[in-house]
Design a protein around this ligand. Sequence first.
Ligand code: NAD
Length: 329
Amino acid sequence: MSEKTILVAGGGGFIGGHLVARLLQDGHKIRSVDIKPISDWYQVHDGIENVVADLKDHTACQAACQGVDDVYNLAADMGGMGFIENNKALCMLSVLINTHLLQAAVDNSAKRFFYASSACVYNADKQVDEDVVALKEEDAYPAMPEDGYGWEKLFSERMCRHFREDYGLRTRVARFHNVYGPDGTWDGGREKAPAAICRKIINAVETGETEIEIWGDGKQTRSFMYIDDCIHGILAIMDSDILEPINLGSDELTTINGLVDMVEEIAGVKFQHNHNLSAPKGVNGRNSDNSLIQKHLDWAPGIRLRDGMQKTYDWIRGEYLKKKEKQTA
Ligand code: NAD
């Protein structure tokens, strides 16, 4: 593979941090940009350009795209259901990041542009049953996505399409379905279900509690993709000729209750489950139909949920204990 200069927008975040690690391994020159102070980045890599900037700003995007061949846009104001249901305007403001980045990519003659979309673009009517029919790419239209966050993703997908059609920028779009793994958000209100469940169980073990809270009735179904599978898929999609947004997710379906049972088994405990029916829980059922990505890229998730959750649990436990040690020091 020839060396490229690559911008990773959102490089201080979960997926961005892992992507930078992989691109660095592949021998590329990287500029990683994030709005957070570097001390808050999940991974800080040496030997690359690490920049703190707000990519909602036009000038910052122009500077970030200077001299780059490829852009990976993983920057967004986002979180789990608890965050996106209560911060719709903030989520929609991420449209500024993608808009200015697309324009800057064109202005600076970048060749390829990757956009991280989401399964939240899918029509809510297709996700009312826990007993799901997996979502195919065409199920995004007629449009009725997740309010706020999902609308921003759907609009930004179309921006990518029109920048490709009108300006010849090679845009590629993946619709991620719940990504999880180490080096991501595990507390603070933006965490997603796999990390939140690990943290609650670790906390109960460490504090001697015997009960944990579960959001919703726990019967809602989801699939979760381990981060290594996600990175592999991102690179394959970027290199492909797939012009339309494509699913990138696991199709190993579980209920949230099933996920809790799995983490309890990992931890070797069994707690009382208190279901909070007024907490945000998202759609009732969602799974990824992987026919298209399997057919075109021969991509399928390689890491079973049980194995990925073990790694995630171990990492979060380490972080939890480090934090506790700091608080008591
Ligand atoms: P993350 O929150 O860990 O990473 C996003 C990063 O973007 C953060 O570090 C944040 O500080 C940065 N950012 C936010 N606003 C910015 C700004 N104005 N300028 C510069 N940086 C800014 O989230 P993630 O899980 O790594 O998600 C990456 C992308 O994938 C996002 O676009 C997200 O919507 C999408 N996605 C993620 C999932 C998932 O399950 N993690 C699912 C679907 C889609």
